[in-house]
Design a protein around this ligand. Structure first.
Ligand SMILES: *Cc1c(COP(=O)(O)O)cnc(C)c1O
Length: 361
């Protein structure tokens, strides 16, 4: 079987030698050596002003919503993983879905202004597949209406846009270090903030608002990353450049093998240093997508309908939140992500691409 993704792990000996340090000190969580090291390693690798490690990427969004004091309505994309929407709902805000741009697959800034009301407090947009939102237009709109901006940058590890880390745009950017993501700590995530005071609030809120001996500064929750998780990140970080390089090779092979097929792929902008986190294919119809999916399954190749369903259609939304988003719904209905992970072999790529091509004959 060829899975759609496969988590990369460091050499077991390498991880075990980090664990033996944890055994020596007995320090398992609460901002220990590994959390501190991973934080500073990530700040320098990603070239960001600050970074707060969080237990996972969903809590990272929730803490950002809290730290920015968001209330009421949050304008958001329907084309993302479900966590983008549920984080908003969990924080007792209403997601207001604005359709995506057909080319970028990110929220369409031309449609944002019409969705703003007195209750709007922020825009929460996803750089889907690690491809950038229109950060310039979104910032202009946010300034004009005094809205906060959070980017769900869960797919963006190592992505640079217009000469800087994509995590530097917006008031906060959140990222996931889940095992299925490019860089992982088994479970984990982080928030990067433009303003150090917001970063400080997140620093406190992830540990009960408790700092020092007996000081409780604000309402908080437990969203810390343990030393075991941080140690995994410390082992993974030195490997990441070669993993991205390998993903790039595989993506380019697919581009070449699938050339001339009637399948659309998102365009990678010229001013983007990309991380090749996914390989999505957008078919001309739902039927074409299903046929390819079944043909691949017959060859024991797994695929994923990333991202389906369009989030404005989630069945548990209140009816008035289910605004139509025809482009997102259409793309969610026709998209398929095919396997992409460093261990994929050329023979695997050949099987996958031949199977797809055969469906178009
Ligand atoms: C994975 C993902 C998340 C959630 O991250 P977790 O670390 O799994 O909680 C949020 N948003 C998007 C777009 C994701 O792909």
């Amino acid at each position: 079987m060829i899975p759609v993704t496969k988590t990369c792990l460091p050499e077991l000996d390498e991880y075990v030698s980090q664990l033996s340090e944890i055994w020596k000190t007995g320090w398992l969580t609460n901002n220990g050596t590994y959390s501190k090291k991973l934080t500073s390693d990530l700040i320098s690798y990603l070239n960001v002003p600050n970074l707060e490690l969080i237990g996972n990427g969903t809590l990272a969004i929730q803490l950002a919503i809290q730290a920015l004091d968001l209330t009421g309505e949050i304008i958001t994309t329907p084309y993302s993983y479900v966590a983008t929407t549920t984080a908003i709902l969990w924080e007792n805000c209403d997601p207001v879905f604005v359709d995506i741009n057909r080319e970028s697959l990110c929220i369409d800034p031309e449609l944002i202004e019409a969705a703003i009301t007195e209750k709007t407090s922020a825009i929460l947009a996803t750089h889907v597949y690690g491809l950038p939102c229109d950060v310039v237009k979104i910032e202009q709109i946010a300034r004009k209406y005094q809205l906060k901006v959070i980017y769900d940058a869960a797919h963006c590890f190592g992505v640079n846009y217009r000469g800087q880390s994509i995590l530097k745009y917006g008031d906060c950017s959140t990222i996931s270090f889940h095992a299925t993501k490019l860089f992982h700590t088994v479970e984990g995530g982080a928030v990067v903030c433009a303003d150090d005071r917001i970063a400080q609030r997140i620093f406190l809120s992830k540990k009960f608002g408790h700092h020092g001996e007996d000081d409780y500064f604000q309402i908080g929750i437990n969203a810390k990353l343990s030393e075991f998780h941080a140690a995994m990140g410390v082992c993974m970080l030195p490997l990441i450049d070669s993993l991205i390089q390998r993903r790039k090779q595989i993506s380019q092979s697919y581009n070449h093998l699938l050339e001339g097929c009637e399948i659309r792929r998102p365009v990678i902008p010229a001013d983007l240093e990309y991380n090749y986190s996914y390989y999505p294919l957008i078919f001309n119809s739902h039927t074409a997508m299903s046929n390819v999916r079944q043909a691949l399954l017959d060859q024991r190749v797994m695929t994923r309908r990333y991202f389906y369903p369009s989030l404005n259609t989630l069945n548990y939304l209140r009816p008035e939140l289910k605004r139509p988003c025809p482009i997102s719904e259409e793309i969610a209905d026709r998209v398929l992500c095919i396997p992409l992970y460093p261990e994929l072999q050329q023979t695997d790529l050949d099987i996958i691409s031949h199977t797809i091509l055969r469906e178009f004959k």
